[in-house]
Design a protein around this ligand. Structure first.
Ligand SMILES: [Zn+2]
Length: 182
């Protein structure tokens, strides 16, 4: 005889009970109930946390050190979501900043529902964009130039050299250009 555990999913079926008014327990089988990940989020042991901290040393998201953070300011996050079917073994966990102190990092909160990997990439792009203050950051080898623009005389003085200036009107707008050997 096969026994069933209440709440057990059998394929697309689920077994569950309800107590009727007369006190009897009714066992129901309903089709179409999707397993909502029966697995509980794995609770890490203190030794496991210590092992992960020794292995990573930095926050898995921002890659900044964790050394100055207290145990209650560090969260252990799934690198790949277990809701997506990834295993919950220790190698799928990594420490991240999670401080309630507004002056300290809380990468866990900031990432929202994204995966640590996804949020780390987003953060990397955002930080590199913030570092761009002007053209010099995009073209580090660019040499500064000085010019004096005289459209009335059809000339430009570019780095001390006077050059002819050409105008091509496109859609009623002036488009000036010139040729320089330097
Ligand atoms: Zn962090």
């Amino acid at each position: 005889m096969r026994s069933l555990i209440l709440g057990q999913h059998i394929g697309n079926w689920m077994c569950r009970s309800s107590i009727e008014r007369n006190g009897k327990v009714a066992v129901q089988f309903r089709k179409g109930w999707q397993p909502v990940s029966d697995e509980k989020r794995r609770m890490l042991l203190t030794e496991e946390k210590a092992e992960l901290l020794a292995k990573h040393r930095v926050c898995y998201i921002c890659l900044e050190p964790l050394a100055t953070y207290e145990p209650n300011e560090i969260e252990f996050d799934h690198i790949y979501s277990y809701a997506d079917g990834y295993p919950q073994d220790l190698s799928n966990f990594a420490p991240v900043h999670c401080s309630d102190d507004p002056r300290r990092r809380n990468c866990h909160k900031d990432k929202g529902r994204k995966s640590p990997l996804e949020y780390r990439e987003e953060l990397r792009i955002r930080t590199s964009l913030q570092a761009i203050t002007g053209l010099k950051d995009l073209c580090p080898k660019a040499v500064p130039s000085t010019y004096e623009f005289s459209p009335d005389n059809s000339q430009i003085t570019f780095n001390g050299v006077v050059l002819p200036l050409y105008n091509q009107r496109i859609n009623g707008r002036d488009n000036y250009y010139f040729f320089s050997r330097s």
